[in-house]
Design a protein around this ligand. Structure first.
Ligand code: 13P
Ligand code: SF4
Length: 320
């Protein structure tokens, strides 16, 4: 509509004026993803967002996603201004892993290598030996496991269980979960598969183990999009935030994508699999952040940032 079109035009001008670039996650609204692509920014998974922000020459990054993504960008590029449309946009994994308690858990197991998921605060990252995203977690834990190191993992218990199963590692685990992926239901998925017997099942590893077990492909958002392109199937059942449908449908004309059920009745529900914090990002809030950064700028304590940079760089170097 008119108002949206106006915001889009204003944002395009502001990005140029402020030497800024828009870095968006696949779970944000389609109009934000489209705008990021159109203006030379990126739409990506959390590892690629971190890489893109680090490599881009813009003075300002505007990160449309959730808080940990903005913090990661700031830690990797402290010289840049990092803005977020909505500073209150957080993540249940981050909220469920307060630094005091997590640090005490680590202190109880000083012989363990601490591996944390990127969906955590800067303070939790600063306490870790390694940071991983869902796209690189398996490889990193596999490497640590082959070195025979005992591992303490946090905070996502489902991703942790999936890694254990795939790598054979036995990890001490923090018991966090993503409120979005935790809702996918295996029984209802089984029923839905009967309706779409030819469909391949794509699952983000933050989903419960019995849902992951039914997957034909498991991976980060980028990896799931790639799987939708690489697999010959014409139908897919997708267990992750519905924001991903925009890119999957765009990349696969003629293929059909169905949301995995979040309820117990087998009904597909496109509005259920939606992260409330990702949904806080909007065109108006992006516009407002660019006009006035007050209350929209990410800052990370310098000492904490220096400490968190070590495990983050380990991940980026490993992934390179
Ligand atoms: P990805 O790294 O797969 O994009 O995941 C981020 C996230 O928050 C998933 O819920
Ligand atoms: Fe966090 Fe889940 Fe939202 Fe991803 S979808 S940002 S893991 S709450």
């Amino acid at each position: 509509n008119d108002e949206k079109a106006q915001y889009i035009e204003k944002i395009k001008l502001l990005l140029i004026e402020k030497n800024a670039v828009l870095v968006a996650h696949y779970y944000t609204d389609p109009e934000i993803q489209a705008l990021a692509e159109e203006t030379g920014g990126c739409v990506a998974d959390s590892l690629e967002m971190a890489r893109f922000g680090k490599q881009h020459s813009a003075e300002t990054l505007i990160v449309a996603g959730v808080k940990f993504m903005g913090e990661t960008a700031k830690i990797l590029t402290p010289e840049k201004t990092v803005l977020m449309p909505e500073l209150e946009a957080t993540c249940s994994l981050d909220l469920g892993c307060p630094i005091e308690e997590f640090s005490a858990f680590c202190d109880e197991h000083p012989d363990h290598t601490v591996v944390v998921y990127a969906n955590t605060s800067a303070a939790v990252k600063a306490r870790a030996d390694w940071v991983v995203t869902s796209s690189i977690a398996l490889e990193i834990v596999d490497m640590l496991e082959s070195e025979g190191k005992p591992i303490l993992w946090g905070p996502d218990r489902h991703l942790g269980s999936y890694i254990e199963k795939e790598t054979g590692a036995k990890m001490l685990m923090w018991q966090g979960a993503c409120i979005v992926h935790d809702e996918f239901k295996a029984n209802a998925l089984r029923d839905l598969k009967l309706q779409y017997p030819e469909a391949a099942v794509l699952v983000h590893p933050e989903s419960p183990a019995n849902v992951v077990e039914m997957a034909d492909a498991v991976g980060s958002t980028s990896q799931l999009i790639k799987a939708s392109q690489d697999m010959p199937n014409t139908h897919f059942i997708v267990a992750t935030d519905k924001g991903i449908f925009y890119k999957m449908e765009q990349a696969n004309p003629g293929k059909t994508f169905v949301a995995a059920p979040t309820g117990g009745n087998g009904a597909t529900c496109r509005s259920c699999a939606s992260c409330p914090w990702m949904a806080m990002n909007g065109l108006k809030s992006i516009h407002d952040a660019l006009v006035s950064p007050v209350g929209k700028e990410i800052n990370v304590d310098e000492n904490l940032a220096a400490q968190a940079l070590i495990p983050l760089n380990r991940m980026l170097n490993f992934a390179a």
